[in-house]
Design a binder for this molecule. Structure first.
Ligand code: ATP
Length: 560
């Protein structure tokens, strides 16, 4: 997470995650999984509207990436971008995960609090501490961003530990073995102590003079320990190590292990990409922030194979195009940013000089910082080489490129055999949906619903609604006929809603919350002059158009 643009920050912070989650529940977008049994941490179900919204985003990706080859954009080689899809299994031979490094390395170092038993990702502890209620109280601030230059007087800190500190952070070492030494240190400090140093002093233990204490209770944290994030199960009847299998933690490996199959059975040639969407599973230690960090989620991944010499060009191409793609779906403006990784953030497969960047969105819960939506990584030839080695296929997994290599006597290239390098744009579908929801959520105290969802027309789960003004005088019949026509024409893009219950105002309000861009109302005038009222979700403007022009009107407005 990073910072920061003042206006958009204010906007993002104004949108409360609790309100967005409440709307998601109220309108059937997202429900807690297993809700009637008290839920299950890290799992979410999509309701009728949410399932359609998610499908629309997945379809937009599939259409623009796979079917349209980056919407017809030419690649850096001046040719159309070629992408083919696959749909591979969630469970694969466990050797796949040994080769990919997931069995050995797919773990986050974790720390447990010896006092309150809470578990933390070691690299998250400093950030969590800066947000924790006891640190904010000790610092006398409410926001972590105000903490940077805070100095605290030693004796004031001591007084705090005896009063509020004993309740807010009862696990602190000052209440345990190191009490005397810590008290002495605080008493003898002649100058005020920087907050971060003070936190470490308060967390001191005999063995570790200045560790981070627990963000929850101030207690002592264990050394960071490995924690494997892959869910596992067993195949067959015998539950032993030999039959242990894993649920994929990413869809990417299903692509790499089929690279040779795709090359051998289709006419694609490097450079080309293989794409797939599908579920991935990670036993995240601290699932949080609604669907942002879930244990079951869906990815949309592309592995783009190119000659090693062309990596930099393709990396830049994908990074820029992916950013434009998200912008084109309404995530424009300051809430979206492209961030190149610092060197120390690079993943295990990334070599010196390889690029990695994240497309990040400013969610209400990350504001003023950002959270990752999609990562674009130069994976080099790491994965193909690993699979070549672990499968025993060796050089057979190399690609033979007849268009390269030295020239033979006849002037034709002799061909070159190599492991292609890979650019991977890897997006989270659920995080994408969440960003779309947060962006669309628009408080508007002036309208009866007080809020409306300003979905991009391509994504809105309901494309249009048809209402008879009253349930009589032949209006329902005309409305239902219009609904049927619109379903025929637009039903493949999203729902066409029909509603005859409650007042027209309440029906508009429902559609505002569902993000339906246009409502068509059949009234008395329709029966006499063949016109209907169309109401625009965003402007609230109402105009009359001919009943038989509704289809074309909608097609134009939705860009379909
Ligand atoms: P993070 O650092 O947030 O854990 P990551 O860098 O591990 O993410 P990748 O392995 O690059 O994520 O996965 C690609 C994409 O999959 C991410 O950009 C994100 O959109 C999505 N993703 C990863 N983990 C989760 C999760 N636990 N819940 C929802 N989406 C996820």
């Amino acid at each position: 997470m990073t910072d920061n643009a003042p206006d958009a920050t204010a906007d993002a912070q104004k949108k409360s995650m609790d309100d967005i989650m409440a709307l998601c529940k109220r309108r059937g977008l997202i429900y807690q999984a297993s809700e009637i049994y008290g839920g299950i941490n890290g799992f979410w179900d999509y309701g009728p509207l949410g399932a359609q919204l998610k499908k629309n985003l997945r379809d937009a990706w599939w259409n623009d990436v796979v079917l349209m080859g980056c919407n017809g954009k030419t690649g850096p080689n001046g040719k159309p971008v070629r992408i083919v899809p696959v749909d591979t299994c969630i469970i694969q031979n466990p050797k796949v995960w040994e080769a990919s490094g997931h069995v050995g390395g797919f773990s986050d170092p974790m720390q447990t609090c010896r006092q309150c038993k809470k578990l933390f990702r070691a690299d998250h502890v400093p950030d969590l501490l800066s947000k924790s209620s006891w640190v904010c109280d000790l610092a006398g601030v409410t926001e972590k961003d105000e903490q940077e230059s805070i100095l605290v007087d030693g004796t004031a800190a001591l007084t705090w530990t005896k009063k509020k500190g004993s309740k807010l952070a009862p696990g602190l070492a000052v209440f345990r073995d190191q009490a005397n030494e810590i008290i002495a240190t605080l008493k003898s400090s002649t100058a005020p102590i920087p907050l971060t140093m003070l936190i470490r002093i308060l967390g001191a233990t005999t063995e570790k003079p200045s560790p981070w204490p627990c963000p929850n209770c101030g207690g002592e944290l264990t050394e960071p320990r490995e924690f494997n994030l892959m869910f596992f199960s067993y195949t067959g009847a015998v539950f032993d190590e030999e039959n242990k299998v894993y649920l994929r933690p990413e869809t990417a490996q299903g692509i790499f292990i089929n690279f040779k199959n795709v090359v051998d059975t289709t006419r694609v040639g490097v450079p080309f990409g293989i794409a797939q969407t599908g579920k991935a599973f990670r036993n995240e230690v601290t699932p949080r922030n609604f669907t942002f960090r879930s244990r079951e989620f869906e990815q949309m991944e592309i592995e783009f194979f190119c000659h090693p010499d062309d990596t930099a060009d393709w990396y830049a191409f994908w990074r820029d195009w992916r950013m434009k793609w998200w912008q084109g779906l309404g995530l424009a403006g300051d809430n979206l940013q492209l961030r190149e990784h610092d060197r120390d953030e690079l993943a295990h497969y990334a070599k010196e000089g390889a690029g990695t960047s994240d497309i990040e969105y400013r969610f209400p819960f990350t504001a003023p910082g950002f959270g990752e939506l999609e990562g674009i990584a130069d994976r080099t030839d790491f994965d193909l080489r690993q699979h070549a080695e672990h499968s025993g296929l060796g050089d057979k997994l190399k690609y033979f490129d007849p268009t390269r290599g030295e020239l033979a006597k006849n002037g034709q290239p002799k061909g070159e055999r190599y492991f292609p390098h890979v650019i991977e744009p890897s997006a989270g579908l659920d995080r994408g949906v969440l960003a779309v929801l947060c962006e669309a959520y628009t408080p508007d105290p002036g309208r009866p619903s007080k809020v409306y969802m300003k979905f991009h027309p391509r994504l809105s789960p309901i494309k249009a609604a048809v209402f008879p003004l009253v349930k009589k005088d032949g209006m329902p019949e005309v409305a239902d006929k219009l609904r049927a026509e619109l379903v025929q024409r637009f039903g493949r893009y999203g729902a066409i809603e029909y509603d005859e219950k409650q007042s027209i105002g309440k029906r508009y309000a429902r559609m505002d919350e569902a993000g339906c861009p246009f409502c068509f109302t059949i009234d008395g005038e329709t029966l006499t002059d063949g016109t209907v009222t169309v109401r625009d979700r965003d402007t609230l403007a109402q105009e009359r158009i001919a009943l038989d022009a509704v289809g074309d009107f909608l097609a134009e407005k939705l860009g379909l």
